[in-house]
Design a binder for this molecule. Structure first.
Ligand code: SF4
Length: 182
């Protein structure tokens, strides 16, 4: 305790009575994690409710994702899953490399993304060519293949699903589905 009645504590002090209290330099240095971040409009990737989000970006990194209060859908709220969208962006368990398991192999191998994209395209083309049916047994034109399908994940948005549906319908794919909750 200092002689004039001020109490010292970790380099700062406050006075008894009605005098204005000084602030701790530590408190003054504290600020919102969103200070200086740019708010980018976004939509929750998880379900068809389509809650609006604000993704805060600082120095090229997403630092937070919150509900957008301007949205008439969610008015700033997010359900527990949507409120954890940030963990989708920053997640140490997220797989970021292409892993390939060859036929009959018992282990995974790392491969470049370009290699994987090319292989998927080649197999899609081969399968389509080998199984495409132009007409059914009655002679009616059907032009499809039932040998492959496409299942989209919940993080696909409307625009991506639109393009997926259009692309795979064009090559004759019939089974096209998207996993989403509502
Ligand atoms: S998962 Fe939750 S926050 Fe995301 S769109 Fe659906 S209801 Fe909204």
């Amino acid at each position: 305790m200092a002689q004039d009645g001020r109490r010292e504590r970790r380099g700062w002090f406050w006075r008894q009575g009605n005098e204005p209290q000084p602030f701790s330099p530590i408190s003054l240095a504290k600020h919102s994690r969103l200070r200086g971040a740019v708010a980018v409009n976004s939509v929750c990737p998880y379900c068809a409710v389509g809650c609006a989000q604000l993704a805060y970006v600082k120095d090229g990194q997403c630092v937070d994702i919150e509900g957008d209060p301007r949205s008439p859908i969610n008015e700033g709220t997010l359900c527990p899953k949507g409120a954890n969208t940030f963990q989708l962006v920053h997640n140490p368990h997220r797989q970021q490399r292409v892993l390939y398991r060859a036929p009959l192999s018992d282990h995974w191998e790392e491969r470049p993304l370009d290699w994987a994209m090319t292989r998927i395209a080649q197999l899609t083309k081969e399968t389509r060519d080998a199984t495409f049916v132009d007409k059914d047994t009655d002679g009616d034109i059907i032009r499809h293949t039932t040998a492959m399908g496409h299942l989209g994940g919940a993080t696909l948005d409307n625009e991506e699903n639109y393009l997926i549906k259009k692309l795979f319908n064009t090559i004759g794919m019939v089974s096209i589905e998207n996993q989403a909750r509502i």
